[in-house]
Design a protein around this ligand. Structure first.
Ligand code: PLP
Length: 389
């Protein structure tokens, strides 16, 4: 690589922490036992899984018996929603979610609609926030599940999870939250917040890819997700990903330990950068909420230009970011989140997300803003929309 990478795509994935890697290594090399085996190697793996489970439980304030390992955050979302729908379908068939959920939630809900469930997709305001009144009004006799994300992956907006939890609890409706973006960045206590199920994923907090977990409150009715062996209390069969599980526990422990310091550093980097972009570049819009926002999230629309073009030019400078288009899926559809907030197609197409991480510095951010100014200016010069404005 000719130039140093400035990585500003932590919402997509984070680099693996070296300490986490070191803790995982022995489970690739010497400690390869199957956690279900009786012998010494098996017991060693089993013990490592249980230590990780305790670490995760401690981080979110639950019992280790309420943590279930999965293969990803997407799997945890799928399990929570399909599992609750299947287990509770005789009680009711109505689910409430929001229009800005991750596709791992939205597409499951759409699938369930085809299976005869009824789903209410709550709208959001211009900041990407749901309305509690609309939530209350959407609740029906046959509502069995409310699934609202903790923090949005594109715009960083934080939902009023404590109030949503209180409402769900009062009405005795199961409450699931996709906390994949929030966990490790913000302090979460599942009991204080009345959360019944919560999805997390290790690779978003400096842990390994391909491992996640679902917190399931004790006593909750939910169907098993993978039928097979007796792993995960017979609810999610399959030989455990021991190195991954070990890595997730260690990564979350580190994230919680460093949380206050990280929140302070990232919030200040974020707000400085937002200010510099607004001061230095005309015709921009900050997407998302100004205060109720993930510490590391910056999302701007740059009028008259395409987010994709900005990304390509940043990439040539070694700056890695993401746009508001679903380019991952090969299409260039504008983001469902930005459209739901009322942005025009043009503004949605002009969006770029910079998601900051703990290794980023003020120098890097200054380098970004300097180059962004030049790039936007150059692209606008070529833009017929800009010249016709
Ligand atoms: C990344 C992400 C997921 C999916 O997690 P994976 O482990 O990558 O499957 C789900 N929800 C949100 C909000 C995410 O940011």
């Amino acid at each position: 690589m000719p130039i140093k990478i400035i990585y500003l795509d932590h919402a997509a994935t984070t680099p693996l922490n070296k300490e986490v890697f070191d803790e995982m290594m022995p489970f690739f090399e010497k400690a390869y036992g199957n956690a279900s085996s009786i012998h010494m190697l098996g017991r060693e793996s089993k013990k490592a899984v249980e230590i990780s489970r305790e670490r995760i439980a401690k981080a979110i304030g639950c019992s280790e018996r309420e943590i279930y390992f999965t293969g990803s955050g997407s799997e945890a979302d799928n399990w929570a929603i399909k599992g609750a729908a299947t287990a509770l379908k005789n009680k009711g068939r109505h689910i409430i979610t929001s229009v800005i959920e991750h596709h791992a939630v939205l597409h499951v809900c759409q699938y369930l609609e085809k299976e005869g469930f009824d789903v209410t997709y709550l709208p959001v305001d211009q900041y990407g926030m749901i309305s509690l009144d609309e939530l209350k009004m959407a609740i029906r006799e046959d509502t069995i599940l409310i699934s609202i994300m903790f923090a949005n992956n594109e715009i960083g907006t934080l939902q009023p999870i404590d109030e949503i939890g209180r409402i769900a609890h009062e009405k005795e409706i199961c409450f699931h939250t996709d906390a994949v973006q929030a966990i490790g960045s913000l302090s979460i206590d599942v009991n204080k917040l009345n959360i019944d199920m919560m999805s997390i994923s290790a690779h978003k907090f400096y842990g390994p890819k391909g491992v996640g977990a679902l917190y399931i409150r004790k006593g909750l009715k939910i169907s098993p997700f993978i039928h097979g062996g007796a792993q995960e209390r017979k609810r999610r069969g399959g030989t455990e990903n021991i190195p991954g599980i070990v890595g997730m526990g260690k990564a979350l422990e580190i994230a919680v330990g460093d949380m206050d310091k990280n929140i302070e550093t990232l919030t200040s980097l974020r707000d400085n950068t937002i200010k510099k972009i607004i001061e230095g570049i005309p015709y921009v819009r900050l997407n998302g909420h100004w205060e109720k926002r993930l510490p590391g999230n910056i999302n701007f629309s740059f009028q008259f230009v395409e987010g994709e073009s900005i990304l390509l030019m940043l990439d040539r400078l070694g700056i890695a970011a993401s746009s508001g288009s679903a380019c991952a899926s090969g299409s260039l559809d504008p983001s469902h989140v930005l459209l739901a907030m009322g942005l025009s197609h043009e503004m949605a197409h002009g969006s770029v997300r910079f998601s900051l991480g703990i290794e980023n510095t003020q120098d890097e951010m200054d380098y970004l803003v300097e180059n962004l100014q030049t790039i936007i200016e150059r692209l606008r010069q070529l833009s017929p929309l800009y010249n016709a404005k």
